[in-house]
Design a protein around this ligand. Structure first.
Ligand SMILES: [Mg+2]
Length: 403
């Protein structure tokens, strides 16, 4: 049993030396998450080169096992190329429902142990353990939490522990797979110094190439490069990048449960008892908030529908769903909830829909088996609506009331 963390304000202890607690941030990342879930479902897959992704001609690698990575297979690679590199790999289509289930299980374990954490994506978490060193050995506690996650779920997970989010995440990357790494306070710059510049989040291939042209190959070299020369190359990003290369970062752990929903509701001028009309309204509203979720690069794991009757009696129902931001996947759930709530012929005064359990989608572990095609379609729809108005493109069912 992991002792729960008690958060206290240093000022309450009446000791000025304790008034500024030492920051501790742990970053947890499940290793090859989708592949590991597939192995949990079918243990005979262990040790084989596995690829999760779309098998069609336009399919893309979502993620792959370490055995496939040996052959050069990488996330986001076209499936055709991946199979050229590793023809013996087994391609699995992916099971979003199962991934969502295990992601929630890990979230629940972390939530039960830690008071402040951020779910950065379906398989990635930041835990703020600042001030905990007064009560526990922070490093030992974090190791215990990792063991607890693996014992309860069967999934391998790595962590990095440090004074800030950036160094913690980079420590996790160095610890993978299935490992952990603690960078003590004051050791951040020394840890980063020998790492290649491309390991720094935010340094893309373009910036990396330009830095290499200057002869900067490691983060240590970047941290002591003359700032003026760096600024002329990278502009205002240069100073921030140099600070990061020294191990400085101010990003805060964003609490999981705060403002993590989007919703919309509509009060009708006259009470409505036409189910088809109500359904088409619900569909339109769901499309609207799904677009907001997509615009924020998030996915929703829960949908709720609300009905208010002329008596002001309000009924709400919600449903946990596989994480998604696609209208065509959300709408059937909205419809299902509406049909459970609605008594045919009853007048409705207000209709509402909410998407919650919002979580970011990690780029390296795209949750969708054919992400480029479907995400691209939705991005095009959102762009057209942004440029020409929300009614520029309308789903057939919105007009016809058929959901
Ligand atoms: Mg991961």
């Amino acid at each position: 049993m992991i002792p729960a963390v008690i958060r206290t304000s240093g000022a309450n202890l009446g000791n000025s030396t304790l008034s500024v607690p030492l920051p501790y941030i742990a970053h947890f990342d499940l290793d090859a998450f989708f592949v590991e879930v597939e192995i949990l479902k079918n243990p005979s897959l262990r040790g084989q080169p596995l690829i999760v992704g779309g098998s069609s001609a336009r399919g893309v690698v979502t993620t792959c096992s370490y055995e496939a990575r040996v052959f050069g297979v990488r996330s986001a690679m076209p499936m055709g190329k991946a199979l050229q590199l590793c023809p013996q790999a087994l391609v699995l289509p992916g099971a979003r429902h199962d991934y969502s289930h295990y992601s929630r299980q890990v979230t629940d374990i972390i939530a039960a142990a830690a008071p402040l954490f951020e779910k950065a994506s379906i398989d990635e978490f930041y835990v703020d353990l600042t001030g905990m060193d007064r009560f526990h050995d922070v490093y030992a506690w974090t190791i215990q939490l990792r063991e607890s996650i693996t014992r309860q779920t069967g999934l391998p997970i790595s962590f990095g522990l440090s004074s800030n989010k950036l160094v913690a995440k980079m420590a996790t990357n160095e610890a993978k797979p299935n490992g952990y790494l603690y960078i003590p306070h004051g050791q951040e710059a020394a840890f980063l110094a020998p790492l290649p510049i491309g390991r720094m989040p935010g340094v893309g291939p373009h910036a990396e190439r330009r830095l290499l042209e200057l002869g900067i190959t490691t983060l240590g070299e970047l941290s002591c490069y003359p700032s003026q020369a760096l600024s002329s190359l990278l502009g205002c990003w240069a100073e921030e990048l140099r600070r990061r290369a020294c191990g400085h970062h101010e990003g805060e752990v964003k609490p999981y449960h705060v403002a993590k929903s989007v919703s919309t509701e509509h009060t009708f001028e006259a009470n409505i008892s036409d189910a088809d009309f109500l359904l088409s309204e619900l569909l339109r509203m769901t499309e609207k908030i799904a677009a907001q979720v997509r615009a924020r690069n998030l996915m929703a794991g829960c949908i709720a529908v609300k009905l208010r009757h002329p008596s002001f009696e309000t009924a709400t129902r919600q449903l946990s769903i596989p994480y998604t931001f696609f209208d065509d996947e959300l709408i059937p759930f909205a419809r299902e909830l509406f049909l459970k709530l609605y008594q045919p012929g009853t007048p409705v005064r207000l209709l509402g829909v909410r998407l919650s359990e919002l979580t970011a989608q990690a780029q390296q572990t795209n949750l969708f088996s054919d992400p480029l095609r479907k995400s691209g379609l939705y991005r095009a729809i959102d762009d057209v609506r942004a440029r020409f108005g929300k009614d520029a493109l309308t789903r057939g069912g919105t007009l016809q009331g058929k959901v």
